[in-house]
Design a protein around this ligand. Structure first.
Ligand SMILES: NC(=O)c1ccc[n+]([C@@H]2O[C@H](COP(=O)([O-])OP(=O)(O)OC[C@H]3O[C@@H](n4cnc5c(N)ncnc54)[C@H](OP(=O)(O)O)[C@@H]3O)[C@@H](O)[C@H]2O)c1
Length: 286
């Protein structure tokens, strides 16, 4: 077996949930998944199709959502799709109107998964303030707005909110990731601040911190091609386990030691990053 595959098995041990447990947890419930057209969200929708709930799939790419709906309905699922750019308040508003019109506003499980990542150094971003606005709008403002609207129904249903986050927010910041990391961290903090209040009212709150997952999101970063990564199907199984157990948190087993190192070795890490960037910019003659 090639070395990368062995490393992936070690870093991301596989999780497989029992389909009966998943059906028990989902049956008769309304599950809203944002970012359901590709990647992790698409895998989650596909895995939930035979579990017996009603799925509401949200993303921008309408034809992709409609094709997925057709496929899942052929497997017996009840599926609604709504195409919206969640960065736009008016489109979020239209989504809530749609949910009310079809009596779908009483959501039991919200899987807040839509996200955008950008990897760009700040010196390449001096005329790109829009990068920071767009990541904030999708990774922070959209889930906040969505939750403010859905919290009353989630309380009534004693439901669950699952935030799809990234291990980056738990570890030392890395250069080039300012837009993504700041926006994911902002929402993680918001969600962790409100979680005790929500739990007190019976809403389960799950923060899932994923490592690199092999989806189109990582495709633009060439350096990631050779790095070990989780498969989207594995990420979906972890989400299903969180639904079954209403678990509070997931992160890979090695994240805790990495967090400790992030604190202990903060200065050398910052020094090494700066030295490496200086070497690269000297080589370019800047
Ligand atoms: N891949 C990784 O390495 C990784 C690691 C840790 C955490 N995560 C997190 O996992 C989540 C899913 O990412 P993924 O890897 O599955 O990426 P992906 O394949 O690019 O999927 C992202 C999803 O978000 C939707 N989306 C993007 N912009 C949107 C917008 N403005 N409005 C509505 N929907 C939008 C996309 O659909 P449309 O383009 O059709 O709108 C797509 O369905 C993200 O929150 C990401 O931060 C990913």
């Amino acid at each position: 077996m090639e070395k990368k595959k062995i490393l992936e098995r070690f870093l991301f041990p596989s999780v497989k949930v029992d389909q009966n447990d998943l059906s028990k947890a989902i049956s008769g419930k309304i599950v809203l998944i944002t970012g359901a057209s590709y990647g992790i969200g698409e895998c989650v929708a596909s895995g939930l199709a035979s579990a017996g709930g009603t799925l509401i799939l949200v993303a921008r790419t309408e034809d992709k959502l409609l094709a997925l709906k057709k496929e899942l309905e052929q497997r017996g699922a009840v599926v609604h799709t709504f195409s919206a750019d969640l960065r736009k308040e008016e489109e979020l508003g239209a989504l809530f109107e749609y949910l009310q019109r079809y009596s779908l506003e009483k959501v039991d499980i919200l899987i807040s998964n839509a996200g955008k990542s950008i990897h760009r150094l700040v010196y390449d971003s001096l005329d790109r303030f829009h990068d920071f606005k767009r990541t904030m709008a999708l990774n922070y403002e959209a889930p906040v707005q969505m939750m403010l609207k859905l919290i009353p129904a989630l309380e009534e249903k004693k439901g669950q909110i699952i935030n799809i986050s990234a291990i980056n927010v738990l570890l030392a910041p890395a250069s080039g990731w300012a837009a993504y990391q700041a926006s994911k961290t902002a929402f993680d903090q918001w969600f962790r601040c409100v979680s005790p209040e929500l739990k007190a009212r019976g809403i389960a709150c799950s923060s899932l911190y994923f490592p690199l997952v092999r989806t189109r999101m990582m495709a633009p970063t060439a350096a990631y091609n050779d790095m070990p990564a989780m498969q989207p199907g594995q990420a979906a199984q972890i989400i299903f386990r969180a639904i079954i157990n209403r678990s509070r948190i997931y992160s890979p087993w090695w994240v805790f030691p990495a967090q400790v190192c992030s604190v202990l070795f903060r200065r050398p890490w910052e020094y090494l990053m700066a030295a490496n960037l200086k070497k690269k910019s000297d080589a370019k003659g800047h």
